[in-house]
Design a protein around this ligand. Structure first.
Ligand code: FE2
Length: 210
C-alpha cells in the first residue's frame, strides 16, 4: 500500500489580541489611584446608579452618565495616555498601516459588576480598538470570553475537540488579574462571564479610533 505523504498546516487570517499585566510595574501606583477614584465615582454618580438600575445592569456602570472621566480625576487622564501608548504598540505588532495616525481614546467607562452579573456577546461598532483594564478581580468574578469571528460562517464545519489547541477553539477565556489590560480590534465579539464569586469585579472599558 502506498504511503500518503503528510502536508503541513498553513495558518491564515489569525485573530490577534493583546495583553499586558501592570501590577507590580511602574504603573502599580496608578492602579491604586484608579481603584479609589472608581469607587468614589460609583458612590457619588446618582445618574449612573439610576441608569444602571433602569438597564438592569447588575452593579454600577458610568457608561450612560459620564462622557469624560478624565475631567473628574487626573488618574483617568493618566490611564488614557497609558492606553493610547499600549494601543500603538499593539497596532505595530499587528503590522497595521495607520497612515501616520495614532489611536486616540474616545470614551471609557467604569464597570462594577455584582455577583450574578455578566454581559452577553457583543462588539463595539464604529471603533478601531477596544479593551478593558481590570482593577479588582475577586475569585470567580468572571472571565473575558473572546469569540471566533467566523462563528456565523461555520455551517457544516465540525466542532473543535474539547482539548484542541487554544488558538483553534471557538471561545477563548481570558482570566484577568488586578492590573491586566486586554486590547482587541473592535469588531471582535466578546462576552463577560457571569460573576459566580462573592465579590464585585471592578474594571474600566474603553474605545479608541484613528
Ligand atoms: Fe465589550
Amino acid at each position: 500500500m502506498t504511503q500518503t505523504p503528510a502536508g503541513s498546516v498553513l495558518q491564515v487570517f489569525v485573530t490577534e489580541t493583546y495583553r499586558i499585566d501592570l501590577a507590580d510595574t511602574s504603573a502599580d501606583p496608578l492602579l491604586t489611584r484608579l481603584t479609589a477614584a472608581c469607587h468614589r465615582v460609583a458612590a457619588e454618580d446618582k445618574a449612573g446608579q439610576a441608569w444602571s438600575k433602569a438597564k438592569t445592569y447588575q452593579g454600577y456602570t458610568s457608561y450612560g452618565s459620564i462622557l469624560d472621566l478624565t475631567v473628574i480625576d487626573p488618574a483617568f487622564g493618566e490611564l488614557k495616555a497609558l492606553i493610547e501608548t499600549q494601543s500603538l504598540i499593539y497596532a505595530r505588532l499587528l503590522e497595521l498601516d495607520l497612515q501616520g495616525k495614532v489611536p486616540k481614546l474616545y470614551n471609557m467607562w467604569i464597570n462594577v459588576l455584582d455577583p450574578g452579573g455578566g454581559h452577553t456577546g457583543h462588539n463595539h461598532p464604529l471603533n478601531a480598538f477596544s479593551g478593558t483594564i481590570y482593577l479588582e478581580t475577586p475569585p470567580g468574578s468572571g472571565d473575558l470570553d473572546l469569540e471566533d469571528p467566523r462563528q456565523p460562517l461555520l455551517m457544516h464545519a465540525p466542532p473543535r475537540q474539547a482539548k484542541a489547541e487554544p488558538f483553534r477553539r471557538t471561545f477563548i477565556s481570558v482570566t484577568p488579574q488586578r492590573g491586566t489590560l486586554v486590547l482587541w480590534e473592535s469588531w471582535l465579539r466578546h462576552q463577560v462571564g457571569i460573576n459566580t464569586g462573592n465579590g464585585k469585579r471592578l474594571s474600566i472599558s474603553f474605545n479608541l479610533d484613528m
